[in-house]
Design a protein around this ligand. Sequence first.
Ligand code: NAD
Length: 334
Amino acid sequence: MRLGLIGLGRIGSFHARTLTDLPAVDSLVVTDALPAVTAEVAGRVGAEAVDSSAELLAAGVDGVLIAAATKAHPALLLAAVDAGLPVFCEKPVARAVGDAVAVAERARDSGVPVQIGYPRRFDPVFRAARAAVASGELGWLHTVRSTTLDPAPPPAAYVAGSGGIFRDCTVHDIDTVRWVTGREVVEVYATGSSRGDAFIAEAGDLATAAVVLTLDDDTVALVSNSRYNPRGYDVRLELHGSADSVVAGLDDGLPLRSLEPGAAFPAGPPHRSFMDRLAVAFRAELAAFTEVVAGTRPSPCTIAEALEVAWVAEAATRSLHVHRPVRLDELRSL
Ligand SMILES: NC(=O)c1ccc[n+]([C@@H]2O[C@H](COP(=O)([O-])OP(=O)(O)OC[C@H]3O[C@@H](n4cnc5c(N)ncnc54)[C@H](O)[C@@H]3O)[C@@H](O)[C@H]2O)c1
């Protein structure tokens, strides 16, 4: 099949390499707002370069992937949907939940399949965590702890355009909690700190966040995020139930140094970034999209599900500002 990829920055250039390695992909057309970036990535992975997203949508592609900056997602998603092309879009759908609602409605009405990029759904260990919950072997869950700690903050311009840490980073944890437990979030309490590089506070953003999610079966989920974890990339999910407790992400690459005398775990080296920790997941995610394009499977992460995540991130943002827990039904009725 012939695919188009829009946006060739940090994640887009990584996806370009993965896509050209997939057996289902015969040809790849790429574009970025920066022509030099388009030329460099196209040359490096052996893709066809075009000058604009409009040109790409008209280049006879069977499906489109959007990995451009977050602020460009709604317009690009709508353009792909209007062209009737199955589309994969990196999280989040939009910076504002109102835009996400509008895009989701148009996508639903069009019937065009949309897959949103939440790669943990394709990580073998996170899949095992979901299976453990579904099997009942954990009993009833009382506590979920979801952790995402980045080694270092993204560039200042990225932070300023990201929509804030809840919409940019916490959304991964929110999606994971919903997907693994199969439950909906009913209430959110969020707090955090901007301590770190000045550009984070200047963008009105947090460098470190803590979010308490109450689920509709009274499970409590605790989310921990930070942009400052120089030991490595820490993505972990703990599930504590009435019968057993399990964890995803407790491997030898866990970026934590034990202070127990003689402890040999974790043996290291620590995961350096989400790209090495989740490389298998990203490949499986994009392979799944080729099946969506081929019409052999439904979207494994629909825009409707991503919209629920967006509502929870919106509740976290509001909770931070009003400094109290925010119920989802209260937010939706505003
Ligand atoms: N799923 C994940 O784990 C994951 C990881 C990283 C980033 N992301 C998401 O991917 C997106 C990109 O992140 P990044 O880290 O690669 O950012 P980045 O800043 O490195 O790259 C963004 C690229 O998009 C290009 N661009 C901006 N507007 C465009 C437009 N209208 N048309 C074409 N190109 C355009 C920019 O020139 C730049 O090259 C963000 O939405 C981010 O949330 C997802």
